[in-house]
Ligand binder design. Structure first.
Ligand code: AP5
Length: 281
């Protein structure tokens, strides 16, 4: 499949010209110009290469992040920490779907059938739902953190067709036996939306513990189906974002995982200042 290069990525290629791994490329991209969109790049062809003056007219663009990983790899948990620090708008396909289910809409009723089986909900429901949310003003202004989307080539293609690309694609990696344990012990606070785990992230008070709920697809049987669906689709999706993927070891305490993600995002935010300095020099 042809990859639509992001504006940031085209700068990276022009400057680095290296044959490093995609992960390293993404990291170095974040240190140069990823959070920005170069709307004009003029190179004076009259001068020698060393004298060429590159004029960047840089438009500040909010950060766009995708986070991916198998069921229970910690996407939602890390999204809580990322949004707290970076103020991005968290858009989780699973949460949007569960809201439709809870509201009893026609889409929600259809979606529930697939969610119960651990299968992907059809594109006719998911694609426009996520697109609408991405286009809302808060996501446009503050930047977004897209969680659990896209999960198939067709979903990724739909975003590519709209020229919607992330600056970075964080891939959480956790072994499957750990994932099952995480799913079975997960509990949610319906009041705050916070994610808990009976062993790894227990509720702070008996009052919170008493109101915790469990997702209907959080059983050992269903997570096995969800993992199967994930395995069937993940490689194809990764191939579309190979230029911006940064793998992160998710099999560590959540603060350590966040520390890695924070370094990646912080570097990107810092590079925005670097880009500005370059544009004014
Ligand atoms: P979705 O809601 O997206 O579920 P998922 O991908 O299976 O991911 P989870 O929400 O289960 O896990 P998570 O990675 O967020 O982990 P969490 O942080 O909670 O999707 C549900 C369904 O909706 C799908 O099966 C599908 O049917 C449908 N759907 C969704 N997106 C779709 C799409 N794009 N297209 C079509 N259909 C779609 O952590 C899990 C547990 O582990 C928690 O208890 C947490 O406390 C604990 N934990 C987290 N981090 C750590 C850590 N570092 N150490 C120890 N414990 C940890």
């Amino acid at each position: 499949m042809a990859m639509a290069a992001s504006p940031g990525a085209s700068h990276l290629h022009a400057r680095s010209g290296s044959s490093r791994s995609p992960a390293n490329q993404a990291l170095s991209a974040s240190s140069i110009a990823l959070p920005q969109r170069c709307i004009e790049c003029r190179i004076s062809s009259a001068s020698s290469p060393s004298q060429r003056q590159i004029v960047h007219a840089v438009a500040r663009e909010p950060l766009k992040v995708m986070i991916s990983g198998a069921p229970a790899s910690g996407k939602g948990t890390q999204c809580e920490l990322i949004t707290d620090k970076y103020g991005l708008v968290h858009i989780a396909a699973g949460d949007l779907l569960r809201a439709e289910v809870a509201a009893g809409t026609e889409n929600g009723i259809k979606a529930q059938e697939y969610m119960n089986k651990g299968q992907l909900v059809p594109n006719e429901i998911v694609v426009s739902m996520v697109k609408r949310r991405l286009e809302e003003q808060d996501a446009q202004e503050k930047g977004w953190l897209l969680d659990g989307y896209p999960r198939s080539v067709s979903q990724a293609d739909a975003l590519e067709a709209l020229n919607i690309r992330p600056h970075v694609f964080i891939l959480l990696q956790v072994p499957e036996d750990i994932l099952v344990e995480r799913v079975v012990g997960r509990r949610l606070d319906p009041v705050t939306g916070k994610i808990y785990h009976l062993t790894y992230a227990p509720p702070e008070t008996p009052e919170i513990e008493a109101r915790l709920t469990q997702r209907s697809d959080d059983t050992e049987e269903r997570v096995k189906l969800r993992l199967k669906t994930h395995r069937q689709n993940v490689e194809d999706v990764l191939s579309i974002y190979s230029d911006v993927i940064v793998p992160v070891d998710g099999n560590r305490p959540k603060t350590e995982v966040f520390s890695s993600i924070d370094s990646i995002l912080n570097e990107m935010v810092q590079s925005e200042q670097l880009g500005e300095a370059m544009s004014s020099s």
